[in-house]
Design a protein around this ligand. Sequence first.
Ligand SMILES: [Zn+2]
Length: 87
Amino acid sequence: MPSGIYSDPNLGECKLCKKKLRPLNKNSDFSNRQFHISCWRTLVSDLKNYNKRAYTKFSHKRIIAGEIEDELRSKLENGQSITISFN
Ligand SMILES: [Zn+2]
């Protein structure tokens, strides 16, 4: 969680959550900081685990043989045939 109170009007707002930045009390701050520390850690964690979170948090769809996985599965469940070609 961010520390300090919203006293510095020069800090602006966080680029991730759009809330006002607070001054850092425990560590020295730097002038061009654009994220809360916790928001930055979330961002780094999302990037680090993007292979999993792309599908859970960012609603990307898995593509199998040029088709979206869910559509492919529903085709199979409806008894339709699918063709997968390997180049
Ligand atoms: Zn933030």
